[in-house]
Design a protein around this ligand. Structure first.
Ligand SMILES: [Zn+2]
Length: 273
């Protein structure tokens, strides 16, 4: 369940991420009443089974049963707001009216880890951002430096609008254009190195910024894009590398969807801790 909105005094409009139909909006008639059979399941984040039928041009829920509730999310404002952001991302990036099993699975695992508190929340967020974008058709090419083919380098620059990487040497040799004024905005951990070297003749970074990545941050970014889905969240990143990875993922996301989602803004503005 990505979102629940009230409709009038009695009904609810549900935004669901479904296995077979992707993102779907369906009415739950009477579901604002305590006595309604669908009352209990009409809550955000729940994973469950829903019987949905189509009449004229809208969908309605007839039967539903909750299977997994992620209850720990509601007691923690930071987790709750991050979970809301995850749901907004899914509603923006998952397809509609088509099979979306992979999206559903990755969301369910992400919410599980967030709820259980077993993984670093920032790492979960960055990995989910990169994976959902990749699944939605925005997979970057992180295999090697686009110019010289280097697989690793002390510094790699990840160009958001092109979705490619350049090693520090090739970037310094003139691959980089006027990426001025695009600074790290998220405050994800102090290690964001913001783009902008001036110079107007480069081929990359003309229309967007880049993130500077050390070797560990690049590994984390690669992992989040290329790892098998079942082990997507099974890596660990920390310190400077985690800060760079988180910053790069968030900025890449914003460059692709061309805005800052409301729920992300809310999450960013929460007091630390
Ligand atoms: Zn290079």
């Amino acid at each position: 369940m990505l979102k629940v909105s009230p409709v009038g005094d009695k009904d609810r409009l549900l935004t669901l991420l479904s296995d077979e139909c992707g993102v779907i909006r369906a009415f739950a008639k009477g579901a604002r009443s305590l006595k309604n059979k669908n009352f209990a399941v009409c809550t955000q984040f729940v994973y469950g089974s829903f019987e949905i039928y189509k009449s004229r041009d809208y969908y309605s829920v007839s039967e539903s049963s909750p299977l997994q509730l992620f209850e720990a999310l509601s007691g923690d404002l930071s987790k709750l707001s991050l979970a809301q952001y995850f749901c907004e991302l899914a509603s923006l990036l998952a397809p509609s009216e088509t099979y979306a099993h992979d999206f559903l699975r990755v969301m369910r695992v992400a919410l599980y880890y967030l709820s259980a508190g077993e993984k670093d929340a920032r790492q979960l967020k960055a990995a989910l951002e990169m994976r959902l974008l990749s699944m939605a058709g925005y997979m970057p090419d992180l295999r090697m430096c686009r110019e010289c083919g280097a697989y690793t380098a002390p510094e790699m620059r990840f160009f958001h609008s092109e979705g490619i990487i350049l090693c520090g040497d090739c970037a310094a040799a003139g691959g980089v254009g006027g990426a001025t004024g695009v600074n790290g905005t998220s405050g994800t951990g102090g290690a964001s190195v913001a783009g902008g070297t001036g110079g107007a003749s480069g081929r990359y970074g003309q229309s967007g910024g880049y993130s500077s990545l050390g070797e560990d941050a690049l590994s984390a970014l690669r992992y989040s894009v290329y790892a098998e889905q079942k082990v997507l969240f099974s890596f660990s990143s920390s310190g400077v590398a985690l800060g760079q990875f988180c910053d790069a993922a968030e900025r890449y996301l914003i460059s692709k969807i061309e805005r800052v989602p409301k729920t992300l803004e809310f999450y960013r503005n929460l007091p630390e801790g």
